[in-house]
Design a protein around this ligand. Structure first.
Ligand SMILES: C[C@H](NC(=O)[C@@H](N)CCCCN)C(=O)O
Length: 554
């Protein structure tokens, strides 16, 4: 048997198996992205049923990244990944996510209320020496006990989800390098984005099921999905093991990771530019995602649909979700269809289904479903962009365009949306269009950013390089949910005072914030990302990093 026929015998040489492996990894990420934002569409219910004001909500949401950033867990995760390999780390990350999620769920249950644990959390963690002085504590005096305990769970989940993120990226590089790598990464992210839409639609539905509000039901839904994610990683474990047995690679043993490798990553200017761009860009997206539904509730007038109306039923929620899947599947599939007639047909189906989806969101008068369109354009175009980067390159230019779109969208939310508050249809149309464009930006940047990393560092330290970028990114993801919450409370002093004095109810307060200041702050992050994007283009040209070059040499 010659070496060529041997190569063709490995699992990754079969396109079907390679893409099946991607499906397992992507589905696990889909589940974890659902959990990541499970509370985001029910910020108002967390305030009215658990007493979490914007600061408590922001602090709890920001805690996701606390251990990663301040206990350097992400750096350890990268080292574990490079030392132990993809499959071990994948299963470990799935287990860690699940443990954190279960804690998070218990914290928001009715059983936690009035328990000894609640008393303990009320009396403790009010002052953390060192962290309080630095202003980085994930807890504060007066923070509701449920928010504190939920934060503990969310920090553990955060370790797992970031570890899963770098592991999946590394896994895709392992299975797809030299092949459709950017397309595979784009497709994985497209499915993960769909997770965000899924939680926007189902989290409020579970919280309000049967007309009785219970926020823990939403979190329980996320916990079940994380069990499925763990199973996906276990299946991946066995496929990856088989691949290594076939190739005899066992990368982590042949080429062990050394701490000194970190030095070579940190000395690359391209790496630093990409990492900084990543933190700036993502800080304007993920933290925003946690407040977006509430921002829409505050900037648009939603009229409650009568309880006996068809539009208030859970059946509508499920139908709308199915329509959303049609949009996503048709748009996604159009990327892969070779025949022009088929491609156009699929795009028409996606377009029509998208209009129906938006109409249903309008009729349901729910901010969650309006925001659920966020990932839909991304699902359709991320694979196209990935494919483009694979065959034509231009990754750095895409980063620049993505940043421009980001600035435009946040400024529209800040200034145009409030001006249209009185116009029921106008406001919703502008909201839908802006959210879709933001989704497009959210395809451009990741589809070009992540596949660029293997061009900047040596293959054996990719795990650590992804971990370092994620670590730097996590500083922003920790800081900005917290900052948005604080800025909201600070720039709405009348609302905060009225709430404290009982002039308005928590329900009224929850939907009355002025979001202009936090949105301008996020637009500024976009401006900084844009500047760095231009610098990256210059550095790429001068140093020949190859960021504008295609991944596949044709
Ligand atoms: C692939 C990339 N993922 C990340 O950047 C993660 N570090 C995100 C973590 C989100 C934390 N709330 C992406 O989704 O584009």
């Amino acid at each position: 048997m010659n070496s060529t026929s041997q190569i063709h015998q490995t699992l990754r040489d079969s396109a079907g198996i390679r893409w099946m492996v991607l499906l397992f990894l992507a589905f696990a990420m889909f589940c974890s992205y659902i959990f990541m934002d499970i509370l985001s569409p029910i910020k108002d219910l967390m305030q009215s049923t658990r007493g979490w004001d914007s600061t408590a909500f922001g602090t709890m949401q920001g805690s996701e990244t606390f251990l990663n950033v301040f206990v350097f867990f992400l750096i350890f995760a990268g080292i574990i990944l490079d030392k132990m390999g993809v499959r071990f780390t994948a299963v470990l990350s799935g287990a860690v996510m699940l443990v954190g999620a279960v804690i998070n769920w218990y914290a928001v249950t009715e059983s936690f209320q009035g328990s000894g644990l609640e008393t303990w959390f009320n009396n403790n963690l009010n002052y953390i020496p060192g962290f309080d002085e630095l202003g980085i504590s994930p807890f504060y005096e007066g923070m509701p006990a449920s928010a504190k305990f939920a934060a503990v769970g969310f920090m553990i989940f955060g370790c797992g989800v970031e570890m899963a993120g770098i592991t999946v990226s590394r896994g895709i590089v392992k299975w797809f390098k030299g092949r459709e790598m950017a397309l595979a990464m784009g497709s994985e992210m497209a499915l993960a984005r769909l997770g965000v839409a899924t939680c926007m639609i189902f989290s409020p539905m579970f919280a309000k099921l049967g007309g009785v509000i219970d926020v823990s039901r939403s979190v329980a839904f996320g916990v079940v999905l994380l069990m499925i994610a763990l199973i996906m990683f276990i299946v991946y474990f066995f496929m990856d093991k088989k691949l290594d047995a076939q190739t005899g690679e066992a990368e982590e043993k042949d080429d062990p990771f050394k701490i000194s490798d970190l030095g070579s990553i940190l000395s690359s200017s391209g790496f630093w530019l990409v990492a900084l761009l990543c933190v700036l860009y993502y800080s304007a997206i993920f933290p925003f995602q946690k407040y977006a539904v509430n921002m829409l509730q505050c900037n648009l007038v939603f009229t409650e649909v009568p309880a006996d109306s068809f539009w208030a039923t859970n059946t509508v929620t499920v139908i709308q979700y199915l329509i959303m899947l049609v949009v996503a599947a048709a748009a996604f599939a159009s990327n892969f269809s070779k025949r022009a007639s088929m491609k156009n047909g699929l795009l028409v189906v996606a377009g029509v289904a998208l209009v129906i989806f938006c109409y249903m969101g309008y009729m349901r008068q729910s901010a969650e479903t309006v925001f659920a369109v966020f990932p839909l354009l991304a699902v359709g175009i991320t694979p196209i962009l990935g494919n483009y980067v694979d065959h034509k390159g231009k990754a750095a230019s895409m980063l620049v365009i993505g940043s421009l779109l980001l600035i435009f969208c946040h400024l529209t939310f800040a200034f145009v949306l409030p001006a249209l508050k009185e116009s029921a249809v106008g406001g919703i149309v502008v909201a839908y269009l802006t959210i879709l464009v933001l989704g497009a930006s959210f395809s451009l940047v990741p589809a070009s950013l992540w596949p660029s990393v293997p061009k900047l560092v040596d293959a054996k330290i990719i795990g650590s390089a992804y971990a370092l970028i994620f670590w730097i990114q996590n500083i922003g993801l920790w800081l900005f949910p917290l900052l948005i919450g604080k800025v909201l409370d600070k720039t709405n002093p009348q609302l905060v005072a009225d709430l404290q004095n009982g002039v308005i109810t928590p329900e009224e307060a929850a939907v009355s914030y002025d979001y202009t200041a936090p949105l301008v702050m996020l637009a500024c992050l976009g401006v900084a990302a844009l500047i760095l994007g231009f610098v990256l283009k210059v550095v790429d040209r001068k140093k020949g990093l190859g960021l504008e070059a295609p991944n596949i040499k044709e």
